[in-house]
Design a binder for this molecule. Structure first.
Ligand code: 6PG
Length: 472
């Protein structure tokens, strides 16, 4: 009988194919299965040729090719396809087998699936996989959650295939139930925030100080060389501005339709933050900016009806570029502060027992939001694991206080010139709200009590009060 595979993978779209190649390259013989046979045959004839792959063409053969307890990674489209596959697989499995969903599934689906599989003595894990195609092949950041015993069985494989940074592989046991997919969801919310902030910086460079794509490339490149903004997303942004469309000989980025798509993970982050009562205005602004972008026809029509200001920036160009760098940095710190606050709240609400230092660590490599900043975030939570908000970490507090003048200058200039900076200003609003000892919401309470007798508390004495406001 042929040797059995250590691990199996179902779903050979680009992420699945690359992850399978990564697993095999790291010394684990792998069995693969795909719904359409042709895809498996093509992989075997090309990239998997001569490698330790076992191609299979029925789920029965796939399951039979695996060493017990079976370890099966599935990478199929989130939603109904995952349920359909799990249903087909379940009768073929034996107690103790492990199935890991590596797609971008909704964490509540993962919670449900884990319970269903547990009833049959099967282990189901939800694992966030970040890093796109390249990450899957050369080392992603992995966020596995579910039964700890299943993680322990998977650990030797996961620690090898993950991205490696100076303080270890970019994987850790995230927590029980849907914790892995929850953390991936928030990662994606932060990813949306980062991308929107970068897009706004580009808009400012282009439309306030009139930089060309080549000049914008230079700016992003220099930012990526600095300690504060160095990150994967800034690096690829710099590269994007150098790409010339072979047909038109114009920078390709300027030829791309300004309507951004989304697959749902960002939206889920906002929805869940509302459920948990956590403010994530920068991430919300990023999602709403994508939504507004999709109304292209309305925007085109409105552009000739709604005239903006006729103000032009007349200040120093380089000074403004430097201020945009500071604004981008401060706004990004606020965005991460929001994401971390959401994770902390979810940890207690769902009993995930998340370790924020570990999450920052595993995001330092492999994933889309990998950035120098994460090292500092890791240190902040290491110094004080009970930090209520990243903004009050002494180092971040000092930085934001010093840079705020430039940040305010950028947001004020954007408002004067009429360039939308929804995420950058949402971050500033978050910063100003969070540092306000007194907010005007006392008035909100008075209004609520006025029209609905909702009662209010007072600052000068304890208790709950109601006033007959309209009897003057
Ligand atoms: C990652 C990404 C990835 C995500 C895409 C698309 O971490 O590798 O988050 O998982 O699916 O970025 O997301 P949107 O289509 O929603 O922008």
């Amino acid at each position: 009988m042929a040797a059995l595979a250590k691990v199996g993978l179902i779903g050979l779209a680009v992420m699945g194919e690359n992850l399978a190649l990564n697993i095999e390259r790291n010394g684990f013989p792998i069995a693969v299965y795909n719904r359409t046979e042709a895809k498996t045959k093509e992989l075997m004839a090309t990239r998997a040729k001569g490698k330790n792959f076992i191609p299979t063409f029925t789920l029965e053969a796939f399951v039979a090719a695996l060493e017990p307890p079976r370890k099966i990674i599935i990478l199929v489209k989130a939603g109904a396809p995952v349920d359909a596959l799990l249903k087909q697989l379940q009768p073929l499995l034996s107690p103790g087998d492990i199935v890991i969903d590596g797609g971008n599934s909704l964490f509540t689906d993962t919670e449900r699936r884990e319970k269903e599989y547990a009833q049959a003595d099967l282990n189901f894990m939800g694992m966030g996989v970040s890093g796109g195609e390249e990450g899957a092949l050369w080392g992603p950041s992995l966020m596995p959650g579910g039964p700890i015993v299943a993680y322990q069985a998977m650990e030797p494989i996961l620690t090898k295939i993950a991205a490696q940074v100076t303080d270890g592989p970019c994987v850790t046991y995230i927590g029980p139930g849907g914790a892995g997919h929850y953390v991936k969801m928030v990662h994606n919310g932060i990813e949306y925030g980062d991308m929107q902030l970068i897009a706004e910086a580009y808009d400012l460079l282009k439309n306030v100080v009139g930089l060309t794509p080549a000049e914008i490339h230079d700016v992003f490149k220099s930012w990526n060389q600095g300690e504060e903004l160095q990150s994967f997303l800034i690096e690829i942004t710099a590269d994007i501005f150098t790409y010339i469309d072979p047909e038109t000989h114009q920078p390709l980025v300027e030829l791309i339709l300004d309507k951004a798509g989304q697959k749902g993970t960002g939206k889920w982050t906002s929805q869940n933050a509302l459920d948990l009562g956590i403010a994530i205005p920068t991430i919300n602004a990023a999602i709403e900016s994508r939504i507004i972008s999709s109304f292209k026809d309305q925007r085109v029509a409105a552009s000739s009806v709604l005239t903006g200001p006729s103000h032009f920036y007349t200040g120093d160009k380089q000074k403004f570029i430097d201020s945009v760098a500071s604004a981008l940095y401060c706004a990004k710190v606020c965005s991460y502060a929001q994401g971390m606050a959401l994770l902390a709240a979810a940890s207690s609400e769902y009993k995930y027992n998340l370790t924020l230092t570990e999450l920052s660590r595993i995001w330092k490599g492999g994933c889309i939001i990998r950035a120098n900043l994460l090292d500092k975030i890791q240190q902040a939570f290491k110094h004080n694991p009970l930090l209520p908000n990243l903004l009050v970490d002494p180092e971040f507090a000092q930085e934001l206080t010093t840079k705020q003048e430039q940040w305010r200058e950028v947001v004020a200039t954007a408002a004067k010139v009429g360039v939308p900076c929804t995420a950058m200003s949402a971050s500033l609003g978050y910063f100003d709200s969070y540092r306000s000892e007194r907010l005007p919401l006392n008035l909100t309470q008075a209004q609520r009590d006025f029209f609905g007798a909702h009662t209010y508390e007072r600052i000068d004495k304890p208790g709950s009060f109601h006033t007959e406001w309209n009897i003057r």
